[in-house]
Ligand binder design. Structure first.
Ligand code: FES
Length: 125
């Protein structure tokens, strides 16, 4: 029988995962599962990362001051209407996103707090 796994304290975890203590404003998830990738989601993810880096907004190992985390995710059920892009904590799910839409999403939603309505297909909460 395995011995029980010891769970570290929140303070120990914050040392191991500095993102815990960082004041992130938003998280952007771009689906890179099969159907979204076939519709160009890798280019969408790269467009987000490139512009967020350019504007010093991306939180990453090279920029611990950024307040937006951006990464890929698995399928969320928008397979027929992807690429899917999810923005949290707002719970906004975008569909049909292209690299050309990325500047508007960053300017209007990530920086201005106003979702790009023409691309919104689901709201959580
Ligand atoms: S493959 Fe992206 S939502 Fe299903």
């Amino acid at each position: 029988m395995d011995s029980p796994r010891s769970i570290s304290s929140p303070e120990q975890d914050a040392i191991l995962a500095p993102v815990i203590g960082h004041d992130l404003k938003r998280q952007v998830l771009v689906c890179t599962s099969k159907s979204c990738t076939a519709n160009g989601s890798e280019a969408v993810l790269e467009a987000f990362r490139a512009q967020l880096i350019e504007e010093n907004l991306l939180y990453c190992k090279k920029n611990l001051e950024g307040d937006v985390q951006c990464s890929h995710c698995g399928s969320v059920g928008f397979c027929a209407i992807g690429p899917a892009v999810l923005v949290y904590p707002d719970g906004i799910w975008y569909a049909h996103v292209t690299p050309a839409d990325v500047p508007e999403i960053i300017e209007s939603h990530l920086k201005g707090g106003v979702p790009v309505e023409r691309l919104v297909r689901k709201r959580l909460g």
